[in-house]
Design a protein around this ligand. Sequence first.
Ligand SMILES: Nc1nc2c(ncn2[C@@H]2O[C@H](COP(=O)(O)OP(=O)(O)OP(=O)(O)O)[C@@H](O)[C@H]2O)c(=O)[nH]1
Ligand SMILES: [Mg+2]
Ligand SMILES: [Zn+2]
Length: 294
Amino acid sequence: MNGIIVKAIAGFYYVDTGDGIFECKARGIFRKNGQSPLVGDRVVISLTDGGKGIVENISARKNALVRPPVANIDRLFVVVSTVDPAPNTYIIDRVIANAENSDIEPIVIINKCDIKDGDDIYRIYKNAGFNTFMVSAQSGEGIDAIRSLIADKTVAFTGNSGVGKSSILNMLDENLNLAVGDISKKLGRGRHTTRHVELYPVCDGYIVDTPGFSSFDMEQCDVMRKEQLQYCFREFAPYIGECKFTSCSHTKEKGCKIVDAVNSGEIAISRHESYVQLYKEAALIPDWQRDKSK
Ligand SMILES: Nc1nc2c(ncn2[C@@H]2O[C@H](COP(=O)(O)OP(=O)(O)OP(=O)(O)O)[C@@H](O)[C@H]2O)c(=O)[nH]1
Ligand SMILES: [Mg+2]
Ligand SMILES: [Zn+2]
């Protein structure tokens, strides 16, 4: 039977086959090969007596996140709020670049639009070519528009603590009943570190509630080469290869078409600033070290 691992606890894998959820153990061979099943894995299971199962085969992964440990994410909802906390474009752009590099479609959700309008931040991400939404988890405005983006997909939610991820998820499906605000804070870090990762069936797809940015990471995060970074800023695409120097870093060179586009307002200043910052950080990691960690 084919299925998807929706939960993993203490060596047991819970596999949704469409006909129910089966508690499974993994074949010993996986451990021998240093392979470990992840939540989100597409698997083949065989059933044993008593309605339990064994994971027989794991399909090749599209991608894998390190924190939270989950595979085959299709979309990443990058949630920001207009206030409390205010958006930090560098952190947003870093998360987006890593998502692009992992073949995950980033979607920008601007929350708390009932308190303050999100026009400025909306413009930046809409113009850069992202699906961008303004919502309020308080009034419910805009929430319906994001439902269809979850159907048939596995979607991770990420964003700074307090932006309203759990509030949005509760709006999408009241059965989730996730802790919000102060209650969530009181449960504290311990909850994030000890709790298991789970895919929840929501809006005909799966969602995974992801802890805040600080603990959110992707496998490729530290292994991206500086030369790779330009491809993770999608609005750069029309200019790549057009610069005066073929080895252009697009940070400050004369004759750089990307710098020109920033100066003429085609590319947002904040997006380019994030690129320059990430480029400097990537340049600090020597290639031999990067290759070792692959
Ligand atoms: N006014 C207003 N308040 C909101 C909105 N969305 C969330 N809040 C409030 O913002 C606070 C944080 O919301 P949460 O949903 O807990 O935020 P979170 O992103 O899940 O935070 P962590 O779980 O700590 O990562 C709560 O007090 C919510 O009531 C909104 O659209 N408008
Ligand atoms: Mg939360
Ligand atoms: Zn250039």
